[in-house]
Design a protein around this ligand. Structure first.
Ligand code: GLC
Ligand code: CA
Length: 538
């Protein structure tokens, strides 16, 4: 087990993200809950992860599944009670599983008492907790757009003012320039730390520093001042894990956020590698593997010795990776394992999103069956532009966030063992084939491959410390790289195609030990989606 009293313990750790609504229901209401998570801690222990990133479980109207918080210090009754949360923390900590809570500091719900007060009058002390501009109903301050569609400004007629909302009107942006607000947030964070929470995943952190008058939605100068203040005032313990989610952050900016001097956050959670097969949010192009490799290389070199990255292929906002970069038909198992190895071999802290360790796939639903506000808004906006449902649906099948949010597939039984009743979002029809029960019974399953990757990371320091060298950068079929320290050498070779490819094995690795492979042996040309990991002591 990792020594979690050490300052940088999370550099050797692997985390598992739970989307509570879809993980495990225990009270038969079709929605996952905290008791469901408690009941599955054995499973996570078996997988071997060191901690859990828990998506929001706070009180919330759930316009955006909890990313719209109406009380930061309360548990949503859907998920259980504060006593359940305390029990989860105790049970998890007892097993050495650190719980990282999701923290939405950029905005609150429009039902948060602060916002209800704020919009009751310009003189109300809470008014300044949010961002307001004067205006007339037909003329918003500028044409900034909200992430989930429509304007980033919402009019409140009683005040004759607009408030700023970067995501949706139900998620008004908090005014970080206000020191009293910041103090309230820090106190709230201490409330959770005192309860035994081991860290936080900070939602949309790049959007905290904004300048709406200039049309800037994030990454503004005061941002890093806020990060340092957060670290000083709220994240006081050196061992807390703080992970900043930042969609719009490049390597240079990341060096500041995740600076190894510890002055801001532990690590960054950035998305550059996820943009390459997109023309815009809803348009798909084939994955340009050469660009992907260059992108990884740039991050691996850029942060080496300077900062720390997260490694991930999936979360609750992204489509399932095996459907996206792999093959969710014939080579589902092979490609799921290959992608896992490609990701887990690099420097950084890996995050596994629930069901990824089974090779869960995307889903296709009728538009009525989707829940996500982003999907629904997109559909309506495209309809309004004159497109037909037949034209719009493929983009939702490809990118819709509900692809990742269908219930966890535990068994081949009713509702995939997730619930005893019809769940809030349909179960993927492939649950009879893809589920935990059958994965645990099959020594060759994707699950056991992830288990091995996690164990290897614990055993060999080269995963944490090794320098990264990309091999054959211009090869558009395979991704191969080495990781090297003075004492250890690691080679990772991944075939991204369904065709055989020539063997890749630098001289120095001839005869090296095979640590892991997704076929029975690791010799000769690379078979479809083959992944090999070789190890050599210096
Ligand atoms: C983050 C979350 C996403 C949410 C958004 C607004 O990107 O991951 O699910 O909708 O922030 O809070
Ligand atoms: Ca429930």
């Amino acid at each position: 087990m990792l020594d979690k009293t050490k300052r940088d313990w999370w550099k050797s750790a692997v985390f598992y993200q739970i989307y509570p609504k879809s993980f495990q229901d225990t009270n038969g209401d079709g929605v996952g809950d905290l008791r469901g998570i408690i009941g599955r801690l054995d499973y996570l222990e078996k997988l071997g992860v060191d901690g859990i990133w828990l998506s929001p479980v706070y009180a919330s109207p759930h316009k955006d599944n909890g990313y719209d918080i109406s009380d930061y210090r309360a548990i949503h009754p859907l998920f259980g009670t504060m006593a359940d949360m305390d029990e989860l923390l105790a049970e998890a900590n007892r097993r050495g599983l650190t719980i990282i809570m999701d923290l939405v500091l950029n905005h609150s719900s429009d039902q948060h008492p602060w916002f209800l007060e704020a919009k009751s009058g310009r003189d109300n002390p809470y008014h300044d907790y949010y961002i307001w501009r004067d205006g007339t109903p037909d003329c918003p301050p500028n044409d900034m757009k909200a992430v989930f569609g429509g304007s980033a400004w919402t009019y409140v007629p009683e005040l004759g003012q607009y408030y700023f909302n970067q995501f949706s009107p139900w998620q008004p942006d908090l005014n970080w320039e206000n020191p009293t607000l910041r103090r309230e947030l820090y106190d709230m964070i201490r409330f959770w730390v005192d309860k035994g929470v081991g860290g936080f995943r900070l939602d949309a952190i790049d959007k905290l520093g904004k300048d709406p008058d200039r049309g800037a939605s994030g990454n503004c100068p005061r941002l890093h001042e806020y990060m340092r203040e957060l670290r000083r005032e709220a994240f006081r313990e050196d061992t807390l894990v703080t992970v900043g989610e930042a969609w719009g952050t490049g390597v240079e900016e990341a060096k500041q956020y995740a600076n190894s001097d510890g002055s801001e956050l532990s690590m960054i959670f950035q998305f550059e590698h996820t943009f390459l097969d997109q023309v815009d949010k809803w348009g798909k192009i084939p994955l340009p593997l050469v660009k992907l490799k260059r992108c990884y290389e740039q991050w691996q070199h850029g942060l080496a010795g300077r900062g720390w990255n997260s490694l991930f292929l999936n979360n609750h906002d992204l489509p399932r990776i095996v459907s996206r970069w792999g093959d969710d038909g014939t080579y589902r198992m092979e490609s799921a394992k290959m992608l896992a190895m490609m990701c887990h071999g690099m420097q950084g802290t890996p995050y596994i999103y629930q069901g990824e360790e089974l090779g869960m796939t995307n889903i296709r639903l009728s538009i009525e069956a989707y829940d996500d506000l982003e999907i629904k808004n997109h559909f309506q906006e495209e309809l309004a532009k004159g497109r037909t449902p037949e034209e719009i649906m493929p983009s939702i099948y490809t990118w819709g966030r509900d692809n990742a949010r269908t219930p966890m597939q535990w068994t081949g039984g009713d509702w995939a063992g997730f619930s005893t009743v019809k769940p809030w979002l349909p179960v993927n029809p492939n649950y009879m084939e893809i589920n935990v029960e059958s994965a645990l019974a099959d020594p060759d399953s994707v699950f056991y491959f992830y288990q091995k990757l996690i164990a290897l990371r614990k055993r060999y320091p080269v995963f944490r410390d090794g320098s990264f060298t990309l091999l054959d950068p211009e090869d558009g079929s395979c991704c191969a790289y080495t990781r090297d320290t003075a004492g250890e050498h690691l080679l990772i070779v991944c075939n991204f195609t369904a065709e055989e490819q020539p063997e890749i094995c630098p001289e120095a690795f001839r005869g090296a030990e095979v640590l892991l492979c997704n076929y029975r042996d690791a010799a000769g040309p690379l078979r479809p989606y083959e992944a090999r990991m070789l190890y050599q002591k210096a």
